[in-house]
Design a protein around this ligand. Structure first.
Ligand code: HEM
Length: 480
């Protein structure tokens, strides 16, 4: 039968066998992919050691493939290290597309899948964020640790009814370790076994099989992150002391089968892991931006003073009343999206799109950073400027893309939006953030750089954090 040859989408020409491996930088790959977009167009095709990959360089291309054709563009890559050796693929984010994934997402959706449902969490988010301010007053230099603890506290409270300790909490530390390993394992072709899957069968003592020993080291954390908090809820329930939570709500159901309990455990563990490291990155970016852009900070504080007053802290109900603060939070998401390349999707059957052939198994990556730094959509994109979202012709809302696409869109987005907004608004109301100063009076310029992992973080930086006024300090001291 005659079949006309349909070409792959255009892309940089690679070398025989290894393909484009040498073209793919490990530092800030989104910048190179954006350049490829300028040369090759919205859909760029590359081959990494025989693995076809497609990079989407416009919101339209991401919507056309990942939203409109989401039935076939919603699988995840099979990662031999993460999935076959560490067995981390019980997590929603790594789980193959199909009935189990759908069942976990359904549970997560019923728990936090709409803005209205997520609003039930407002009291927890407000209480934990207010506690964050109180701890920040005492330990301003530990702002990074306190941001991490607060994200952990919010997700652990809503998912398991667990309140972590102020520092050194075992569950916060456990999930941090697990997410570090998650980042390492999800870097493209991070381990030899990801390039040559057959290697998963060699014994751990074999020369070059370091990945096997690492897999054995990582695996228990991925079991514990699902089991330990689940056991905690069960113990609390048997003692009659369990607070309301996602897990206790389901465990109270008399008809719970062991299979359904397993789905609850995996969905809960996925939310706990997904919520631990993500909002942290956005709030750190907020602190960095406030250190560097005092005018934006002052404008937001003036708005809070004028519209909320200085005798109380903003709460989630104030969101619609603070347009500049809202614009500033949007700019935090845009300036540095926490997942610059989202999470990779995988195509589950051959597709022909716009005259190009994309084979089954292609890894499809949305260049979210590129969308949000496109000079045609955002004027002077490297500059942190909340005003771009004000006025009668605001630039496009980054929230439309930062949480991903289609049937894989972030299930925690409404909780995330609440947490990030409140951390920014409450911090702005109570504190002033500026560049740190050395004992000799010289100013410490923070380095503006972000890590290149799948969840990208601002590199550690210093800033000075102090209460804005005596009355702000008194309000923070009065927090319970
Ligand atoms: C600023 C905060 C956050 C951002 C920007 C963010 C962004 C994302 C993105 C881009 C994806 C990949 C979507 C795709 O594949 O197209 C994702 C997936 C996911 N997120 Fe979030 N996220 C955030 C916070 C959270 C929180 C707080 C939770 C948990 C409560 C969470 C849980 C998850 C899970 C479980 C997945 C995997 C979904 C799947 O594969 O079906 N995220 N997120």
């Amino acid at each position: 039968l005659y079949r006309p040859k349909v070409p792959h989408p255009p892309g940089p020409k690679g070398l025989p066998v290894v393909g484009n491996v040498l073209d793919m930088p490990s530092v800030h790959p989104w910048e190179t992919i954006t350049k490829w977009g300028r040369t090759w167009g919205d859909i760029v095709y590359v081959n990494l050691l025989g693995q076809p990959m497609v990079f989407l360089n416009s919101v339209k291309a991401a919507n056309d493939l990942l939203e409109k054709k989401s039935l076939i563009y919603s699988d995840r890559p099979s990662l031999p290290m993460a999935c076959d050796l560490v067995h981390a693929d019980w997590m929603i984010g790594l789980h193959r597309f199909g009935d189990e994934h759908r069942a976990m997402r359904k549970l997560a959706h019923s728990f936090m899948g709409t803005r209205a449902i997520a609003e039930r969490f407002a009291p927890f988010v407000e209480q934990e964020t207010a506690r964050f301010l109180k701890m920040l007053l005492r330990k301003p230099d530990d702002f990074a640790g306190l941001i991490r603890r607060t994200a952990g506290a919010i997700i652990l409270r809503v998912t398991y009814g667990y309140s972590p300790w102020e520092s050194g909490d075992p569950l916060v530390e456990l999930v941090d370790k697990v997410m570090l390993h998650f980042s390492i394992m999800t870097a493209p072709k991070a381990f030899l076994v990801d390039i040559f899957p057959i290697l998963k069968y060699i014994p751990a003592w074999f020369p070059g099989a370091r990945f096997k020993r690492l897999a054995a080291e990582y695996a228990p954390g991925f079991v514990a992150v699902a089991e330990v908090p689940m056991t905690y809820v069960k113990e609390q329930m048997s003692e009659g002391t369990a607070g309301p939570s996602f897990v206790s709500g389901f465990l109270e159901d008399g008809d719970l089968t062991p299979e359904k309990e397993d789905v609850v455990k995996c969905a809960a563990g996925s939310m706990y892991a997904g919520g631990a490291d993500t909002t942290v990155s956005s709030v750190m970016t907020f602190f960095l931006a406030m250190t560097l852009y005092p005018d934006a900070q002052k404008k937001a504080q003036d708005e809070i003073d004028a519209l909320i007053g200085s005798d109380r802290l903003p709460v989630l109900k104030d969101r619609d009343r603070l347009p500049y603060v809202n614009a500033l939070v949007k700019e935090v998401y845009r300036w540095h999206p926490i997942a610059p390349l989202g999470l990779p999707h995988t195509l589950s059957q051959d597709d022909v799109h716009d005259g190009y052939f994309i084979p089954k198994g292609t890894i499809v990556v949305a260049n979210i950073w590129g969308f949000l730094h496109d000079p045609d959509a955002y004027k002077d994109p490297a500059h942190f400027n909340p005003d771009r979202f004000m006025g009668s012709k605001p630039e496009t809302d980054p929230v439309d893309v930062v949480f991903g696409f289609g049937r894989r869109i972030c299930p925690g987005r409404y909780l995330a939006e609440q947490s990030v907004w409140l951390s920014c608004a409450m911090t702005l109301a109570a504190f002033s953030i500026s560049k740190a100063v050395r004992p000799d009076g010289s100013v410490i310029e923070p380095e503006v750089d972000f890590s290149s992992e799948i969840i990208s973080h601002a590199k550690p930086f210093q800033c000075a954090i102090s209460p804005r006024s005596k009355s702000a300090e008194a309000i923070v001291l009065g927090i319970q």
